[in-house]
Design a protein around this ligand. Structure first.
Ligand code: DGY
Length: 320
């Protein structure tokens, strides 16, 4: 019997490639670049199953054209790139990759948070430039993180993993999301606040909500004006949750002290006034970029695909 056909929109890490080559017939050899919308549609139309990434915009037209497709396994925990309503209407299963990237993303959030507060990138650039003249009491003074107030917007898996890491820094952790968590779901002492109160009280604010119509531009000019002028904003979730233009204004005027960004409104394009700002650290969307997480994400996709092709429910079907 012929193996099922699989469309991969991108090349995945080698351990995952070895497994998919063994189990499926690839529609085409994947490249390490984003496919054009036409190439994406063509690939999806030939496949029984597909692994797609967050850069692939999968709209209703594509979903209806890909009549053979039974499952879209999104190689990410976020799935804002897929028209879920269209997929549901046509009975197409969509899955994501929760859990396996929680630690990697929480670690990266902390790396970015510390790097932003302690001016790590500026320090590295100074040493490399050959302009460093030696230790100075006034050089590259950053902000203390230990003992400060951390505000977490979205206390899901990743938000909680970020909160747990704050324990070692003796931080007070505040959080905001639609519903406060109950003591049963979390025994930790994390304090619920309205968005306004969280932004006013926090020294560092970090975003961990999914991108939905309700969270688009959740942080705009008004919200940034509620933050302390000494505060930092960290975003490792999705770019459009923050109004990038308003953020640039807030940083330029000193409404807030700095920002650490891993995600952008129009990835990979960057707001032209962001890159000259030294108080901002800019990363290329690498929250889940550890070999371990990226392999596990691939294996999660394969498990979901196998389940659907075998007629079983997919373990990570969205929405849950
Ligand atoms: C996700 O999984 O949603 C990340 O942004 C990509 O690693």
């Amino acid at each position: 019997m012929m193996p099922p056909t699989l469309y991969l929109s991108r090349l995945l890490p080698e351990p995952v490639m070895a497994i998919v080559r063994e189990r499926f017939q690839l529609v085409q050899e994947p490249l390490d670049t984003l496919p054009s919308p036409a190439a994406l549609r063509e690939g999806l139309c030939q496949a029984d199953a597909a692994i797609v990434t967050l850069g692939d915009r999968i709209d209703a037209t594509t979903i209806h054209a890909a009549t053979r497709l039974k499952i879209l396994a999104n190689y990410a925990v976020g799935y804002n790139n897929i028209d879920l309503a269209a997929a549901q209407a046509r009975g197409l299963t969509v899955t994501n990759t929760p859990d396996v990237l929680t630690d990697a993303t929480a670690d990266l959030t902390w790396a970015l948070l510390l790097a932003t507060a302690r001016r790590i990138v500026e320090g590295d650039a100074l040493v490399r430039s050959g302009q460093w003249t030696g230790w100075s009491p006034t050089q590259l003074l950053g902000a203390e993180v230990s003992g400060k107030v951390l505000g977490i917007i979205g206390l899901g898996r990743i938000g909680q993993a970020v909160a747990q890491r704050a324990l070692g820094f003796r931080m007070t952790v505040l959080y905001h999301q639609r519903q406060p968590i109950t003591a049963a779901t979390s025994p930790q002492k994390w304090e619920y606040r309205s968005l306004h109160a969280l932004l006013e009280e926090s020294d560092i604010v970090t975003i961990h909500v999914p991108l939905t119509p309700a969270t688009h531009h959740l942080i705009g000019a008004r919200e940034l004006s509620w933050m302390k002028p000494t505060a930092f904003l960290i975003n490792t979730a999705r770019g459009p949750i923050v109004d990038e233009g308003a953020l640039v204004e807030a940083l330029t005027k000193g409404t807030i002290a700095g920002a650490g960004l891993d995600v952008y409104e129009e990835e990979p394009a960057l707001h032209q006034r962001l890159s000259p700002l030294p108080q901002v650290i800019l990363l290329p969307h690498i929250g889940s970029a550890t070999l371990q997480a990226r392999v596990q994400m691939g294996l999660t996709c394969v498990t979901n695909i196998q389940a659907v092709l075998d007629g079983r429910p997919a373990p990570n079907q969205v929405p849950r």
